[in-house]
Design a protein around this ligand. Sequence first.
Ligand code: C2E
Ligand code: CA
Ligand code: CA
Length: 920
Amino acid sequence: MQRLQVASQRIGHRLGVRLRRALSMGITGRLTLAFASVAILALAANVVVEHGVRVVQSIHLERSQYSPVPEAMGARRIVVPPVLPAAGRRVSGEAEIRRFVSAVDRVQSSTEIRAASESADSDAELSTSSKELSAAAADLRRVLPRPSLLPEMDAALLAFREAGAGYLQRSDARRSAAREYVARLDDLDARITVSINAGWKFFGRVLARESLLTVRSDIESVRRLFGGIGDPGQVAAALPEVAASELSLRKAYDAAEPGLKSKGADWLRRTRDDFARMAALRDSVLATAAQILDDRLRFASSKARLSAFASAARAASAAADAAAASTAASAGGPTPFLRQMAAPKSSPVPAAITTTTTETLPDPDRRITVACITAAVLVLLSAISIWTVRSIMVPVGRLLEATRKLASGDVEVRVPRGGMKELDSLAAAFNRMSVQLKTARDITLDYRRHLESQVEQRTRQLQHLAERDPLTLLANRRRFFVLLNQSMQRAREIECGIAIFFIDIDNFKNLNDGMGHGFGDRALISVAQRLEETAASFGFAARLGGDEFTVVHEEIFSREDAHEAGLELVEAFRRPLSVEGREITVSVSIGASLYPDHEQCAEDLLSAADAALFRAKGLGRNQLAMFTPELLEAATRKFTTEQGVRHALEHDEFELVYQPEVSMNSLEVGLVETLVRWRLPDGRLAGPDEFLAVTEESGLIIELGDWVLRNALQAASNWHRGRWPQVKVAINVSARQLIDRRFVPRIQQLLREFALPPSCIELELTESVLQTGSSTIESLRLLRSLGIAIALDDFGTGYSSISSLEQLPLSRIKLDRSLIAGIDSNPRSAAIALALIRLCAELDIDVTAEGVESESQFACLAENRAMYLQGYLLSRPVAETEVLGVNERMPQVMHDLILARPSAASSPKATRRVKIPIHG
Ligand code: C2E
Ligand code: CA
Ligand code: CA
């Protein structure tokens, strides 16, 4: 039972919902309904008001007709008493007399009717009755007993006819004036009405101008009063009232006239004419009304005369009859008939016009009723409007509020359903959108979380990359400083030191250029791995760039600890590295600095280690150097020098000097060696020992070497085309220059440019070139094949080996100054020098002895005629301009030296040789 109840409730609820939905109207429906209601109400109100107006108008229309009311409408007729008594003694000619009297009655009656109203019927009736009277008069004439009565009959008949005609004429004139009056009034009314109607017409004339309404009301009142003077008898009494009412109308019009100016002057003039004409007409009506009464009386009395005649005729007939019948009857006074005729009944004019009107112009009650209706309509309208606006605005407000919430991010917001169809649909759409937005937001949130995690991951990767060297995956420079700072922090905490090792792979450039960059990269990776493995137990390794690495050793308690750690690193590279399946051995130079002993901040500690590295490199390969404050100065100097060389190259501050190599065979300058100088801003000339090492290390040697090459060839070209066609210029070339693939083409290009044969130049290299790989040796072979001489400089020092004589395509060796220096004092040096000279002679390689400073050295070498000598003893390096002079003086110098030597005389060959230039 309960379930049934619930089910029925549910069904009822659903039905209710469906019904509500079915009945629920849209905005269009509601607005249509609301405004249709407004329209209907307005129409109804208008009808009510207009109805009242029409009633009033119809009444006035009726009155303005000013026509006597037809009999049917209740107008009373003139009652004329019978001329003959109803009963009496019959006389001869009685029938004619009766007929005559009756015809007179009929004429009188038709005249009255015709006077009261002009119509075809009344005209016809009058005409018929007149003819009938003429006929009756003719008949009577025949039967008259006394001919003496005839003149009287004719005269009375004529007077009757004339009086009737006059009466009718006057009535017509009066009616015409009255009609014109009403027509003028109507005209005025119509114009005023048009003006009123031209105004806002709402609920009739509610909104018409008050002054016009007054004019209109006064017109109505004039019309009503004027309508009341249908009875000419009342005209005199009524007209003053009409005149007063007219005056009031004039006043009302005068008041309204300013508002009617827009109608134009013509309009206003016509209205004024109407007023004037109406006054004239009113006067005319008044005048004719008085005359009509006279005419009527005259007409009545003329009829009385006829009646009297008829009575006389009858009496005469009776007398004649009596005489004829011999029964004379005595004649008496007037008969009752004649008496009756002599005293006609009064009220010959039509009675007052009956009227069906119950209302005149809107009276106060009516106005109140209309106002009440209007107020009710307005209230109803307001209620409908409020209901309509509310039914739209409430759901719109809810929608707006929800939209605002949605815009501020509240995707949970929902709009209550219901109300107008469109707004309900909008609410439904909004709710759907809200749900979709929520879903979209959830998806976006998920996606954002996903993106964020990806970004985080990428950031970590980027951070990793940003902190890692991409090639070796060691910490990069940035990360190195972070880690070093952390190490320093720990060191401070546990009160110990840190060693920072700056590591550089010896001759890595050669390896890289010789084996290719791919191989070089893999070699770097191997080096990095080796360093990482080694450092793992005590610190960390990092790559700063190129072939520069660092290792930080934590927990150092003494300098010895640091030294040992450094050596451990050097030792680590004694074992070969495996690169691409090949085993290669590299050595490293290491500079070390200590925290907190040497510097306090990470950057300075690294600079200190760098300075120590420079020192280690200076010591040769595979060295470890510890920082000292002096090194820092050297490093500073190095930096300053490097900047200076750059500046000098840009501002052309380098110069070349030339030092002769003199042939012992010809005693002439065989060739001049080009030596570079730097003209410092203070004018001093700096030698290569002051800047060359830094220039080499920084790579600027390529640029400087090229500059030397071009300028040396320029000088050679000048000499070659001048006084020294056999010129030969020796040019010092750094191993770095030779490694450059562009070097050989560059030489060829310059030779072409200066139009010099290859025999004009000789390139001087040191043995370091042997470490640059096979490609360099290939380049040398190419140069040799082009006819360019190659000299091996500084032979007999350092690692120079006999094997280089075999490997390199040499045309000359230059015995190092250190070897020559002891040639005259140290038998071992002399033995080595002489052995080398002999060896070269065997190999057909020229030999130049460098640094010949003394005559005793000269004497030791002078025996070897196949060789060349170079040194201060013969000539210091000189400027380009001095070279030719030196060349010219050289044979004499040589001659003097030969002669001056102890064993000069015993050397006839030398003497012979010396002679040639002296005499040539
Ligand atoms: P080097 O090639 O062995 O040049 C000879 C050096 O010995 C020159 O020094 C020269 O002035 C000096 N010298 C010559 N005779 C004597 C002497 O009797 N006694 C003494 N004590 N010294 C003598 P410099 O001009 O200072 O050159 C030094 C080194 O600089 C050169 O040694 C050479 O290796 C290098 N060098 C000079 N100019 C250039 C250059 O243009 N390019 C390259 N790559 N290296 C150059
Ligand atoms: Ca040299
Ligand atoms: Ca040398």
